[in-house]
Ligand binder design. Sequence first.
Ligand SMILES: Cc1ncc(COP(=O)(O)O)c(C=O)c1O
Length: 410
Amino acid sequence: MPSEVTVPLLDLKAQYTGAMRDEIRAAIDEVCDSQWFVMGPNVSEFEAEIAAYTGAKHAIGCASGSDALLVALMGLNIGCNAGKNGRVICPSYTFFATGGSTARLGAMPVYVDIDPVTYNMDPDKVREVAKKTDNLAAIMPVHLFGQCVDMNVYREIADEFGVPLIEDAAQAIGSKDPNGHMAGTVADVGCFSFFPSKNLGGFGDGGIMTTNDDELAERLSILRLHGGKPKYYHSMIGVNSRLDALQAAVLRIKLRHLDSWHEGRIANADFYDKAFLDAGAATSATPLSGQADLALRIPERPAAPARHIYNQYAIRVPAEHRDALREHLKANNVGTEIYYPVPLHMQECFAWLGQKEGDLPESEAAARETIAIPIYPELTDEQQQHVVDTVVGYLREHAGASRSVGVAAS
Ligand SMILES: Cc1ncc(COP(=O)(O)O)c(C=O)c1O
């Protein structure tokens, strides 16, 4: 008998209520009355507010997180804009745009495996691959699910190989790395997305780039406007990637609530951590043996000063149960998603790179075993308990299932 409790993966209507709803509607009205829809004061104010929030010196709005990556690469002279087609190291277990941006510019992504505990690109493997890569042009780590890589380590690697560093921080605004650095403040360019499902989500697409480099900031702000400055005079070939004034107006209001939403997500992660551990789950860092008696791994919580902002909370179960568990959750009105079912090195469009199944075992295992469950800040305890009971109920019912989960070699 399906449960009465419903838990969507994300409920944006629960956020769009009360005073914030009124403020947003008033801000939209103001933009409509002004008829100033592209760039303008809301965009520049928002850019200044994001610079202040992250601590980066500059923030440059653009049309999406994907474009932020694209324009960042162009600004760093990587790809066809500069006639250079070098190689860019990035993870395979990520959203398409991470690798797509590089390939789109005529450069080559080189996919590197992840650390199975954090799901982020493994810096030791990055070093190994960098040593063997000719024409290395950049390194692009991703702060997956809202958890930052160690940017000191990546800065060191990038400096060792003399290449720029780009942070794909699309899922990580407000997140802090293990040294306490805010996402987007250590690399040459940080790239953020305001897709509606992000912790700071707009009413459509939007993105922003952050940098501490004055000259690069100027290049990025020109490149997003077709590469022309003054208007109609082009020293560079750019793209049309402007942030809409309507998006900026909405995002400015939402930004004021961002830290409290992060806190809500962190509190929800605490709830899940405790409930799943009490039920016998292990963390991703703990081998499944000893006390752990449930075939389930939960994310490892990074220690302060790191701050995970939980854009996603991904649990991990044996591959043969992942899809059945997902169906069971759906039958009990719980929304889930698979981030990501096919790692980029196994995507059809990247076959030409020559990387194939079996090359990145941790990425492939994560793609088979993880499942994202609802973590948005407005979740109630009742909803969270329902998610826990449904997951644990399924796994207990299949108690004979293999408990070897989260180890690629198994
Ligand atoms: C890791 C990562 N990179 C890049 C992007 C692209 O952002 P957008 O959807 O705003 O183009 C996303 C968005 O889902 C993402 O999750």
